[in-house]
Design a protein around this ligand. Structure first.
Ligand SMILES: Cc1cc2nc3c(=O)[nH]c(=O)nc-3n(C[C@H](O)[C@H](O)[C@H](O)COP(=O)(O)OP(=O)(O)OC[C@H]3O[C@@H](n4cnc5c(N)ncnc54)[C@H](O)[C@@H]3O)c2cc1C
Length: 356
């Protein structure tokens, strides 16, 4: 009989893992306390990139993840064409440093001067003097991608259960054998935590302290507009992209990847301030707000992903930049859980570094 793998969390990480495991013929159940993409995945900016990284191994993981997104788009019949990013978040020596570091790492990029930026983004009121073009970077709507992955997974016979919280992990003789819920236990041969910010509460009772940073985030969605932005734009004032339905998607923190605030400002002020910055970028456009989505970023204590075995019968995949990393991490972790050996790209990111 095929092993039963229970994935906790139906965000992008759980959905991508379930998809990979279901494709390999394993019996999969996905369980979420709320609805799919109801956590960080539903409030993400969705920028798939390796231009932001914290270490060289982190860069290499993110770089490989961009290709995993392209393959996944082909596999799911989605548009595989990347939107590309025009990046000008830093200026002066910081800009040069980013340029040099990425060139040294062999990252695809091109230096743009103002004239070309104006041609590529004609609506931008104050184009920067120079920018970097990252042609392979893309944007994904994580709520849509999560749904597509889950639909492909349940079509293969996997179960998806929503609105049911795992209250705790069940162990027997040092092995995790399932979970407790308000409606009784669920047994499994292997449990995978894709529970984002809900992870410390599940590991704590097993004596495992999993540190996570408090990093609340917020994303503004505008009402749909005629085409205004053609790339993912990362300017000194604001990151913004426009999705397929015409909405502008903009983090409330000007540079959300390096944002280290532990608390959010008043959400109404945050919404107004983000709109003001967007209107400053595109004064000709009639930008109206649709909604502000608040979500906690799942950031492990050292900022890096935590992926792999925790105990016999238990693995985890918890990370910020999950929009970028989830498809690749799902492929690699699914191989490990299926007994295909350790995946070298994951070695620097083992959860054990927190539990030693
Ligand atoms: C504002 C913001 C902007 C971001 N921008 C980017 C970006 O541009 N690029 C990028 O790569 N990443 C970005 N991220 C990060 C990225 O969105 C996350 O890393 C990713 O969505 C995490 O997905 P996940 O499935 O691991 O977690 P989540 O989407 O949080 O899903 C976890 C799920 O687990 C469920 N759960 C938790 N506890 C339990 C339990 N006990 N029982 C059952 N279910 C449980 C929750 O209900 C939730 O649905 C951003 C995040 C935020 C908040």
């Amino acid at each position: 009989m095929q092993p039963h793998i229970l994935i906790l969390g139906a965000g992008i990480t759980g959905a991508a893992l379930a998809h990979r495991l279901a494709l390999s013929g394993v019996t999969v159940t996905v369980l979420d306390a709320g609805l799919p993409a109801g956590g960080a995945s539903g409030g993400s900016f969705g920028w798939v990139n390796a231009s932001f990284f914290l270490s060289e191994p982190h860069f290499h993981l993110r770089h490989a993840a961009i290709e995993a997104h392209r393959s996944l788009a082909v596999e799911l019949g989605l548009d595989p064409q990347p939107q590309a990013c025009i990046w000008a978040e830093a200026t002066g020596a910081d800009f040069d440093q980013q340029h040099d570091a990425l060139r040294r790492l062999g990252y695809p990029l091109r230096l743009l001067e103002r004239e070309e930026i104006t041609r590529l983004e004609p609506h931008l009121a104050h184009p920067p003097e120079r920018a970097l073009l990252f042609p392979t970077e893309r944007a994904v709507d994580l709520a849509t991608l999560t749904d597509r992955l889950l639909a492909a997974t349940t079509a293969r016979g996997a179960r998806l259960i929503c609105g049911l919280r795992a209250e705790g992990l069940v162990t027997a003789q040092g092995r995790v054998t399932g979970i407790d819920t308000a409606h009784g236990p669920i047994a499994a041969d292997h449990v995978i935590l894709a529970t984002g910010t809900g992870t410390p509460a599940l590991l704590g009772p097993l004596g495992l302290t999993f540190p996570m940073l408090r990093r609340p985030g917020a994303i503004l969605h505008s009402q749909a507009l005629p085409r205004l932005v053609h790339h993912i734009l990362a300017t000194p004032e604001q990151e913004v992209r426009q999705d397929a339905s015409g909405r502008l998607i903009a983090p409330a923190a000007a540079h959300h990847q390096t944002d280290s605030a532990e608390n959010l400002a008043d959400p109404v002020d945050l919404m107004d301030a983000t709109l003001t910055r967007l209107r400053g970028l595109f004064p000709q456009a009639d930008i109206r707000p649709d909604r502000l989505i608040l979500a906690g970023r799942p950031v492990p204590g050292d900022g890096l992903p935590a992926i792999g075995a925790v105990l016999p019968g238990l693995s985890m995949a918890v990370m910020h930049s999950g929009a970028t990393l989830a498809p690749l991490v799902a492929e690699l972790l699914a191989r490990e859980v299926s007994g295909q050996g350790d995946q070298a790209l994951l070695t620097p990111f083992r959860p054990a570094r927190f539990f030693a």
